[in-house]
Design a protein around this ligand. Structure first.
Ligand SMILES: [Cu+2]
Length: 134
């Protein structure tokens, strides 16, 4: 009996944790705005196909600054500049180590949502980016 109650509790907690919750629009550093639907649309790619999208760290910015990928895809940050950079999600859930010139770091994004991130050493210079996972 107790096991059943605990199991139901776990299922409830898990389902509420998985339930999507992300804003309909986000504010970007330059004052631009992105609109997005509350319901994230289905993955566009055929089942089983994933890909890697590259974000270059160039000068004091991420290029592209905003990228849209499908759930399950991988982002590859490539440091193409002489400075050391990193990428940290604003919610604090993930941070790359410092990436030197010519080095790369990759991370897979499985959960749809809007991930805003910044470079810790150059955040004050506006080195920020956004990854939209559909
Ligand atoms: Cu940087």
């Amino acid at each position: 009996m107790y096991r059943a109650i605990i199991l139901i509790g776990i299922l409830f907690l898990t389902s509420s944790a998985i339930a999507p919750s992300y804003p309909c629009s986000i504010d970007l550093p330059a004052g631009e705005r992105i609109s997005c639907s509350k319901e994230v649309s289905a993955v566009v790619r055929p089942a089983g196909s994933v890909r890697t999208d590259t974000i270059k760290m160039r000068g004091m910015r991420f290029s592209p600054k905003i990228i849209e990928i499908a759930a399950g895809d991988t982002v590859l940050w490539v440091n193409d500049s002489n400075n050391w950079h990193n990428a940290e999600l604003e919610d604090g859930s993930y941070a790359t180590p410092l990436i030197k010139k010519g080095e790369t770091v990759r991370r897979r994004f499985d959960k749809p949502g809007i991930y805003k991130y910044y470079c810790q050493p150059h955040k004050f210079m506006g080195m920020k980016g956004t990854i939209i996972v559909r």
